[in-house]
Ligand binder design. Structure first.
Ligand code: HEC
Ligand code: HEC
Length: 492
C-alpha cells in the first residue's frame, strides 16, 4: 500500500478542526490507490506520490504533501507540484492569521483544485453542522445579517456557498463613477450602493506564474507594479478581509505566502478515458506546465510583447503527439483529446457584442471579429489572457440572471441609459460605464478539479461551458465537436 495511513491517523488524533479534512483526503487517496486503476497505473510506473512525510515529527506541525500527490475528481485525478520543493502544509497559507479561524486554505484547498467545490463545502458543512470557519457572516453567507442560530438556518444562510461554492464579495459604487445604482433586487435583502453583494468563485491560488491580472475584476493589479507585489498586497487584503485580521500582515508573512503560492503548478494528470496525460509523449500534468515560459504580453493578439512574433492562434500544443492515433480504447480517447485541442486553437467563429473587444476604440471598434477560443485565451498552454484585458462575454448580463442572484440596475449619469447586471465587475473598480460586466479571462488549467465555472459558477460543468459558447457566439458545434472539446478541457 502506498499510503502510510498510520502516520495520518496519528495526525488526526492531534488536530481538532482540521480532522475531518485529513480524514477526507486520506479516504480519497485510499480509494484511489486501492482501486484496480490505481494499482494498474502504479504498475505502469506512473508516479503516485503519497503523503508519506511530515514536516517534522513534532506533534504540532502539519504534514507535507509530496509533489504530484493525486487528488481524485470526476474525470480522473489532478496533481500539484511545488517547484520549490514539496507542498509545505505548515506555511502561513495554512495558518489562521486573523480573528475568525480562517486561513487561505479555508477557500483555497489543494484537494479542490486550490479553490472550493460545492461537494467539498457541503462535506464540511455536514462534518461541522455549518460551523467550519468557512461559514462566517462577513462573506460566507448570502447576507451579513443572515440568521445562523440553528443548523437549518445555517443551511439556508450559506446556500450560495453550499450550492455553487460562491463567496460574497462586497464592493460599493465608487464615488466618481459614471453611473449610479437605481435598482436592487437582492433575494437576501442586503445589497445597496455602499456594498453590492457579488457572488464569485474563489480563483485558484495555483498556476500564478501565468497571471497578468489578479482577481476577476483586476482590483489587485496595480499599474507599474509586478505580479509579485500584487499578490503580496492581495495576501494582506485577504487576511484583513476574509480572515478579519485587525492588523496588516508583516512583510515576512506576505513574502512567505507569495513565495509558497507562486511555486505551485496544478493540472490534471490522469483522465479516466485517456489515462496517463503524460503517456505517449503528451505533455499534460503539472511538471510540463512548470516549464512553460510566460511573461506579460506573450503571444498577445497584437504581437508578442518581447519577440517580433505575431499572434499565433495555436495556443495549446501539449497533446500534439496524440494527433491521428488510431483505434478505440485509450488511443481513441487520446485522439479525441487531440481533436479537442485543435478545435480550441482553430475552430473559427464570429465574436461580436463583447465589450472590451468590439467596442474598444484601441482596436478600431470592430463590430465583429472572426476568432477562436484562443483569441481571448492566448497564453501558451495556460489559456488565460496574457495581458490585462477585462472582457464582457455576457456572463453577468441581466438576461442570464438566475433567481438566486441579486440583480442590479445601473444608470449612466451622462446619457441616462440603463443596464441590468448581476455583477458590474471591473466597473466597480474604475467607475467607468464601459467596464460594466467585464472580467478577466482566467487560467484554464486544472479545470476538472473545480466545477462550477465562470466568475459566478453559472456553468455547472464543462458541458455547460461549451453550450454557453455555442449559443453565445452561434458556433454550431456538432455533437462530435462538443464531445471532443470537453474531452480536451477535462485533461487540462
Ligand atoms: C473566504 C474565502 C477566501 C479566503 C479565506 C481567501 N480567499 Fe483568496 N479568493 C477568494 C475569492 C472569492 C477570490 C476571487 C475574488 C474576486 O476576484 O473578486 C479569491 C482570489 C484569490 C487570488 C487571485 C487569483 C487570481 O487568479 O487572480 C489569490 C492569489 C488568492 N485568492 C489567494 C489567497 C490567499 C493568499 C489567502 C490567504 C491570505 C486567501 N486567498 C484567502 C476567496 C478567499
Ligand atoms: C471573447 C473572449 C473569449 C472567447 C472567444 C472565449 N472565452 Fe472563455 N472566457 C473568457 C472570459 C472573459 C472568461 C471569464 C468570464 C466570466 O467568468 O465572467 C472566460 C472563461 C472561460 C472558462 C471558465 C474558467 C473558469 O475558471 O471558470 C472556460 C472553461 C472557458 N472560458 C473556455 C472557453 C472555450 C472552450 C472557448 C471557445 C469555445 C472560449 N472560452 C472562448 C473569454 C473568452
Amino acid at each position: 500500500m502506498f499510503i502510510h495511513s498510520s502516520l495520518i491517523a496519528l495526525r488526526l488524533e492531534q488536530k481538532g478542526p482540521e480532522k475531518w479534512r485529513w480524514q477526507m483526503i486520506l479516504q480519497r487517496l485510499k480509494s484511489f490507490t486501492m482501486s484496480k486503476r490505481g494499482v494498474r497505473l502504479a504498475r505502469f510506473g506512473l508516479i503516485i506520490a503519497i503523503i508519506t512525510t511530515f514536516a517534522n515529527t513534532s506533534t504540532s506541525s502539519p504534514p507535507i504533501a509530496p509533489d504530484n500527490t493525486p487528488f481524485a475528481n470526476s474525470s480522473g485525478f489532478a496533481a500539484t507540484l511545488n517547484i520549490n520543493g514539496s507542498i509545505d502544509l505548515s506555511n502561513e497559507f495554512f495558518q489562521s492569521l486573523g480573528t475568525n479561524s480562517r486561513s487561505c486554505s479555508s477557500c483555497h484547498r489543494i484537494e479542490e483544485g486550490w479553490t472550493i467545490t460545492p461537494e467539498g463545502v457541503q462535506a464540511r458543512f455536514d462534518a461541522t453542522q455549518g460551523t467550519d470557519p468557512i461559514f462566517r457572516l462577513n462573506d460566507g453567507s448570502n447576507s451579513p445579517n443572515a440568521d445562523v442560530a440553528t443548523v437549518e438556518a445555517r443551511r439556508s444562510a450559506y446556500s450560495m456557498l453550499l450550492n455553487k461554492g460562491l463567496i460574497r464579495v462586497g464592493i460599493g459604487i465608487p464615488d466618481n463613477a459614471e453611473f449610479e445604482l437605481i435598482g436592487v433586487d437582492d433575494p437576501y435583502e442586503f445589497a445597496n450602493a455602499a456594498e453590492l453583494s457579488l457572488f464569485r468563485r474563489p480563483l485558484p491560488s495555483t498556476n500564478l506564474k501565468f497571471l497578468s491580472t489578479v482577481m476577476w475584476d483586476g482590483r489587485e493589479t496595480f499599474t507599474a507594479e509586478t505580479i509579485h507585489f500584487d499578490l503580496s498586497h492581495q495576501a494582506n487584503g485577504a487576511t484583513q478581509g476574509h480572515a478579519q485580521a485587525p492588523d496588516p500582515l508583516t512583510d515576512a508573512q506576505r513574502e512567505s505566502i507569495v513565495n509558497f503560492e507562486i511555486g505551485l503548478f496544478t493540472a490534471q494528470l490522469h483522465d479516466n478515458n485517456a489515462k496517463s496525460l503524460i503517456g505517449e509523449g503528451a505533455k499534460g500534468g503539472p511538471k510540463s506546465l512548470s516549464f512553460q515560459d510566460f511573461y506579460i504580453g506573450i503571444n498577445d493578439l497584437f504581437g508578442d510583447s518581447v519577440t517580433p512574433k505575431p499572434f499565433n492562434p495555436i495556443v495549446f500544443n501539449i497533446y500534439d503527439r496524440w494527433k491521428g492515433l488510431h483505434g478505440g480504447g485509450i488511443n481513441g480517447a487520446r485522439a479525441a483529446v487531440a481533436r479537442g485541442q485543435d478545435l480550441f486553437n482553430s475552430k473559427l467563429f464570429r465574436i461580436s457584442d463583447v465589450s472590451g473587444i468590439n467596442d474598444e476604440a484601441l482596436f478600431g471598434s470592430p463590430s465583429a471579429v472572426d476568432g477562436t477560443c484562443t483569441t481571448c485565451h492566448d497564453t501558451p498552454n495556460s489559456g488565460n489572457h496574457s495581458v490585462a484585458a477585462p472582457l464582457n462575454i455576457g456572463i453577468a448580463d441581466g438576461s442570464r440572471r438566475t433567481p438566486d442572484m441579486p440583480l442590479y440596475t445601473l444608470r449612466n449619469k451622462d446619457t441616462g441609459a440603463t443596464v441590468q447586471t448581476t455583477d458590474p465587475g471591473r466597473a466597480l473598480i474604475t467607475g467607468e460605464w464601459k467596464d460594466i460586466g467585464r472580467f478577466k479571462g482566467p487560467v484554464l488549467r486544472g479545470l476538472a478539479a473545480r466545477a462550477p465555472y465562470f466568475h459566478n459558477g453559472s456553468a455547472k460543468d464543462l458541458q455547460a461551458v461549451v453550450e454557453f459558447y455555442d449559443l453565445r457566439f452561434g458556433i454550431g458545434f456538432t455533437q462530435q465537436e462538443t464531445d471532443d472539446l470537453i474531452a480536451f478541457l477535462r485533461t487540462l
